[in-house]
Design a protein around this ligand. Structure first.
Ligand code: AMP
Length: 543
């Protein structure tokens, strides 16, 4: 027997409708790409999103079509997401930091018909346009006054294009499982893979994120996603913020320490989210200038492991609570966050920091397990490492246009590619990517644990650990360091002395190299493939 409750499909535009009805005047403040701050609200964003939907339909865009965006976080990008999805088309966020050839590959693979882009990216797209096979129209996210001569086919200023629609339009209605968004993984090997979110998965995920012990946004929050909307669904904040009726602050193109500081203080941001690099740059800015961030109360740090030193400085010096989060594009993306479970009881400050350095616990909608290579479950004792697998209603089951690939195990779990422990309280800790773990004499050494410990050494700006070949143990750790300007680099003995009480003795690196720069992926993670290639013939001096 079925229940007798209403069938109310979970659609993206219902979130925006709710925000516009319940919180019409709540502000959306952006740093525009043109320069000045811009202020609008949910009522007006909804009205303009309806015009985007109407205007796209007039251009022939239909249910299931992909509309690409190459854009910073601004109110126009937000309107575009809701306008595109409001007719059942799919926002396809493109990461401008990828190699140009990858951008071409992704746009062609997605078959996107329209490209909405910021002024910043005109030179890039002018160079790539001849190779783009499906784009029929370029919409530049600006007004007529700022539109330069682009030479792009069918190019138009967004504001002029939008002015041709009167907004007398209603959202389309369709199944909640209809595709809403497409985001390609940045993949360090092989072709990028398209993750195709649905309306239902996006709405359920935003509801899950808004649980108190996850991101927990509320109506009084002033939320700034520094994480770009082109990274992993903008960590759900463009949906979770209107769902909660929170004020949104969108930082545009300027993400350096000084600019992030300026927008936090100018607009009174109290909640923000970004990768560790952004928080490190902000700290450096504050250390150099003596500036403060008194309004900021909570920050989500994720995308790569958040070093305990960053958590400690934000919490103790600036009174900002750090929410360490883990997730991935395939998970919409939030998978776990730090939770203060009462059964853990009081912890001394060091133990509390160590717990926060773990990636944390999943909200309802995410199930986790760790297994060995044979797929057998491993115990939750905080010690045994295994392949981390997840399942839930906002987690990928197949990639776009690769529907025949077997992605899930027999129980429907997705292998995250991460290696992790889970402790008795359910706290997950990523110990490595399965590709990056160092296999020494049949045992696994966590490169991430070594890197996190090494950045605590005075003067170390960044650390990476990769495997080097060893005739006896097969692989042994090589540590690669970047020092802060003017800081003296440690030698191997000094570093190993520092690490001795932090990791197992047999984990200590066999060699240490200091470089000027460590390569990163387009999403800010250390590019281990490139480091492994660069150091593939490296042997320690002692050998
Ligand atoms: P992406 O899909 O580009 O967001 O990358 C997802 C991957 O980033 C995960 O599978 C992890 O390897 C890594 N990652 C994300 N958050 C964290 C975190 N808090 N700690 C360690 N690794 C993380």
């Amino acid at each position: 027997m079925l229940g007798l409750m209403q069938d109310w499909p979970l659609l993206m535009h219902k979130v925006l409708d709710h925000a516009a009805i319940q919180h019409p005047g709540r502000e959306i403040i952006s740093r525009s790409v043109e320069g000045p701050f811009h202020r609008t609200n949910y009522r007006d964003v909804r009205a303009r999103a309806l015009r985007v939907a109407q205007r796209l339909q007039r251009d022939g865009v239909q249910l299931g079509d992909r509309v690409a965006t190459l854009a910073w976080n601004t109110w126009r990008h937000l309107e575009a997401w809701y306008g595109i999805t409001g007719i059942g088309a799919i926002y396809h966020t493109v990461n401008p930091r990828l190699f140009p050839d990858q951008i071409v590959w992704i746009l062609n693979h997605a078959g996107s018909r329209v490209l909405m882009l910021d002024l910043t990216f005109i030179p890039l797209i002018q160079q790539l346009a001849p190779k783009l096979e499906h784009i029929e129209r370029f919409i530049i996210l600006t007004d007529g006054a700022h539109l330069p001569e682009t030479g792009l086919c069918n190019a138009v200023a967004y504001e002029d294009w939008l002015a041709e629609a009167d907004g007398d339009f209603a959202w389309a209605s369709f199944d909640e499982r209809t595709a809403a968004g497409l985001c390609y993984t940045s993949g360090t090997t092989g072709d990028p893979k398209g993750v195709l979110y649905s309306h239902r998965s996006n709405v359920l995920h935003a509801l899950a994120c808004n649980q108190v012990d996850c991101l927990g946004l509320g109506v009084a929050d002033r939320v700034m996603p520094v994480v770009p909307m082109f990274h992993a669904n903008g960590w759900s904040l463009p949906i979770a913020a209107p769902l909660a009726g929170a004020t949104l602050v969108l930082p545009g193109a300027k993400l350096d320490g000084a600019s992030v500081h300026e927008i936090i203080t100018e607009t009174q941001v109290n909640f923000s989210a970004a990768v560790p690099t952004v928080w490190m740059m902000l700290l450096q800015h504050m250390e150099a200038t003596g500036a403060r961030i008194d309004t900021l109360k909570r920050v989500v740090i994720g995308g790569s492991a958040c070093p305990a030193a960053i958590t400690k400085t934000y919490q103790e010096k600036h009174g900002v609570r750090v929410i360490h989060a883990w997730g991935m594009t395939e998970m919409s993306p939030v998978g776990t966050t730090y939770q203060r479970k009462p059964e853990i009881g009081g912890l001394d400050p060091e133990a509390a920091l160590a717990l926060q350095a773990k990636q944390g616990c999943p909200p309802f909608t995410v199930e986790m397990k760790i297994t060995n290579d044979a797929g057998q479950d491993l115990p939750w004792n905080g010690e045994v490492f295994g392949r981390l697998k997840v399942r839930g209603p906002a987690i990928t089951r197949n990639y776009f246009r690769r529907e025949n690939d077997a992605v899930l195990d027999a129980d429907g779990f997705f292998d995250t590619g991460d290696v992790a422990t889970i402790d008795a309280h359910g706290f997950m800790e990523v110990t490595d990517r399965s590709k990056d773990v160092i296999k020494s004499g049949g045992e696994w050494i966590s490169s991430i644990a070594l890197e996190n410990a090494a950045v605590g050494y005075p003067g170390v700006a960044e650390a990476a650990v990769v495997a080097m070949h060893d005739p006896k143990w097969d692989e042994r750790p090589l540590m690669i360091l970047v020092m802060k300007p003017g800081a003296a680099a440690p030698d191997l003995a000094a570093m190993n002395g520092f690490l001795t009480d932090k990791v197992a003795k047999w984990w200590l690196p066999d060699d240490l190299v200091v470089v000027n720069e460590i390569p990163h992926t387009a999403t800010g993670k250390i590019l281990k493939t490139k480091l492994r290639e660069a150091f593939k013939d490296h042997r320690p001096a002692s050998r």
